[in-house]
Ligand binder design. Structure first.
Ligand code: MIC
Ligand code: SF4
Length: 649
């Protein structure tokens, strides 16, 4: 029986288990990436593992998230990251060099390799034919220390691309179409593998846009073949030798196959507050737009920016529109500068931001009250822009450019009526490359002293699972609660290395009294218990969405279902993810209810039914958990670090 690309790559890397979709496997990790917001904690955890040098083929530490630096905290973290990188054999990508995913694609991604990144958009690397997976920082720390990465052997969904995109219709519209089809729920444990005749019509950055936003569907990753187009991209990056072919066997078997005709794709938008809320741009036409933001790891490549630069050439941003651009990397910025695109953008009134995450994470360029903000980024969760009342729409660079000119949501195809021609930007045969913003680790790192600013605390230790969980439902939330709801990013991100302080912002967007309630419960010696609906923990990989609850004394979350990265993070920090056996029991438990889960330790050890007693209501309901033997031990020990210590004894 033939094999697909995902199966071929994973089978080459499996160190425990075998290719059996749905079962846990462990894989060797070739490359890792971290970014500053998740990286600081990841390296503190890595240090605690006592390894003298990273054991991967390549590890890169990027600084791209917290670059606004109001206060000393972020700059201190950057210095810490730089010193850790030098000490342990990690390449350090300085602030200003660009967004981790864009830079990694340009300079380090290799077809056929595995990449683990402490950021949920790591699958961007799938655009170049690698299996690139997002994970919590602790999992990445374990991989850097030479440990394998555990995942559920995926169910591969093959997406057969046909035809070719029409002018003004973009890769972003393709992935928005995928989101319309697959939604943001129910895809845990799956991978999208793209194939078919349509693949060759897409450039590498376009493929990367599609794999990047697969994260919003909740799949483990998305992968494209590595073909002549990939080779040309790597050649243009001066890395032709890194190329190898990755293709599926003609008789490969998949869990499921779907066809997607690129020629039928039309401009789409995700409306507030989920990337899964899809409408055509035509349906939204005429809506006044206050802000247009071009950038983020989804759409900040040379092609994206040159396309917009050519569309807006000779125009000035509409008086009501604030037009912001964050180029994906220093390389992108230098190349659009050399090719004249930057001049067009500046002339059009663009506000050129740093090559970093910037507006995407809401730590700058927050729009006005009730603003309509068009963004080429990948997430429009409530409050993520930094303005809770803002309405963020996710669109392609072409649709973004049209709104810059008209001040309204405009189908970019209609620009032709205004005499604007579709720019059809070609990929350069050779990029201008200047790599001096990478700092390579020294040969002899012995003398390197790790810098620790006052904002850096030790990673908090967790307690082993008690015999019984006894506490209160501190919060009950609905379906599709994202990690942005659990712990906000934006300006608060500067406390990522200060867990007690960062914990004060738990569930802030949902319930401003949460922290006080949780603290009272914790101080009284009881456990905080969370109750949630479907797809709990969507979105980012931030392990603080588990680490901070752990710090607040949470030992269990009961939900209708969980997303992949967050499940792994909960387990890593000793919190058991429990699902309702009967979803209808969700309605029988309320915030403030006194809850007991007796004999939980014995049940985890020996298996068997787990009952939750609702003392307030005098009722009882059953919950389930799906843990491998290894995960049971981790939960019992109180988390991965405690488990590793026990094993090392
Ligand atoms: C995001 O896009 O939400 C982030 C910020 O990049 C996160 C990581 C983080 O919270 O630091 C992600 O996607 O994993
Ligand atoms: Fe940065 Fe936004 Fe990409 Fe997250 S989604 S890595 S914040 S650009």
């Amino acid at each position: 029986m033939g094999k697909g690309i995902v199966q071929k790559i994973l089978e080459k890397h499996i160190v425990e288990g075998k290719w059996e979709p749905g079962k846990e496997i462990a894989i060797k990790v070739d490359q890792t990436l971290t970014q500053d917001a998740t990286g600081t904690m990841a390296y503190l955890q890595f240090e605690a593992m006592g390894v003298s040098k990273v054991k991967t083929e390549l590890s890169v530490s990027y600084v791209d998230h917290n670059t606004v630096q109001i206060g000393f905290e972020n700059a201190d973290d950057h210095k810490y990251l730089q010193s850790v990188a030098a000490k342990y054999g990690i390449i350090y990508s300085r602030a200003g060099n660009g967004i981790c995913h864009q830079v990694h694609l340009e300079r380090f991604g290799k077809p056929g390799k595995t990449l683990l990144g402490s950021d949920s958009h790591t699958p961007t690397g799938g655009g170049i034919g690698m299996v690139a997976i997002g994970a919590g920082g602790l999992d990445v720390a374990v991989a850097m220390a030479g440990g394998p990465f555990y995942l559920t052997c995926p169910k591969v969904i093959k997406v057969n691309l046909k035809g070719k995109l029409k002018p003004w219709c973009a890769a972003k519209d393709v992935v928005l179409k995928m989101l319309e089809t697959f939604t943001t729920k129910g895809n845990v444990g799956c991978v999208f593998e793209y194939g078919g005749e349509g693949v060759k019509t897409l450039s590498v950055p376009e493929r990367a846009t599609i794999t990047n936003m697969g994260a919003e569907c909740g799949v483990t990753t998305s992968v494209f073949p590595s073909d002549e187009t990939t080779k040309a991209f790597l050649k243009a990056q001066g890395r032709e030798n890194d190329w190898s072919e990755m293709k599926a066997d003609s008789d490969a078997q998949y869990f499921k196959e779907i066809d997607l005709d690129l020629s039928e794709i039309v401009p789409l938008a995700a409306y507030p507050h989920s990337p899964g809320n899809i409408k055509t741009v035509k349906e939204l036409e005429g809506m006044d737009v206050d802000q247009v933001c071009l950038g983020s790891c989804t759409n900040s490549s040379y092609k994206d920016l040159m396309t917009v630069a050519n569309i807006v050439k000779g125009h000035i941003a509409h008086p009501n529109v604030s037009f912001v651009i964050a180029p994906g990397s220093k390389q992108v910025l230098e190349n659009i500068a050399r090719d004249g695109g930057l001049t067009n953008l500046i002339s059009a009134g663009a506000r050129i931001a740093e090559s970093a995450c910037g507006f995407c994470i809401g730590n700058s360029q927050s729009p006005k009250t009730d603003a309509v903000s068009l963004r080429t980024s990948n997430r429009n969760f409530l409050g993520r822009s930094g303005t809770k009342s803002a309405q963020a729409y996710l669109v392609s660079p072409e649709t973004a450019a049209a709104a810059v000119i008209t001040g309204k949501m405009t189908d970019p195809r209609d620009l032709e009526k205004m005499g604007i021609k579709y720019p059809d930007v070609q990929m350069p045969e050779k990029f201008y490359i200047e790599d001096s913003m990478f700092i390579y680790p020294p040969e002899n790192p012995e003398k390197i002293k790790i810098y620790r600013g006052p904002n850096i605390g030790d990673p908090p230790a967790s307690l082993p699972m008690p015999d019984e969980i006894k506490g209160e439902v501190t919060i009950k939330v609905e379906d599709q609660i994202t990690t942005d709801h659990i712990i906000p990013a934006g300006a608060k991100m500067k406390y990522r290395s200060n867990v007690p302080k960062y914990s004060e912002f738990l569930f802030e967007v949902v319930d401003s009294n949460f922290y006080d309630r949780a603290k009272k419960i914790k101080d009284s010696g009881k456990h905080n218990i969370f109750v949630a609906g479907l797809s709990y923990g969507q979105g980012s990989s931030r392990e603080h969405a588990a680490l901070c609850p752990m710090y607040m004394g949470t030992k269990a979350v009961i939900a209708k279902s969980f997303e992949r990265i967050h499940t792994a993070n909960l387990i890593n920090f000793g919190i058991i993810p429990l699902t309702f056996k009967n979803e209808s029991d969700y309605s029988k438990v309320d915030q403030g209810d006194d809850i007991e889960i007796p004999d939980i330790k014995t049940a985890i050890k020996n298996g068997g039914v787990l009952k939750v007693k609702n003392k307030t209501k005098g009722t009882e309901f059953e919950v389930e958990y799906n843990l491998s033997d290894r995960q049971r031990e981790i939960i019992l020990a109180g988390g991965t670090l405690a488990y590793m210590k026990e094993k090392a004894k």
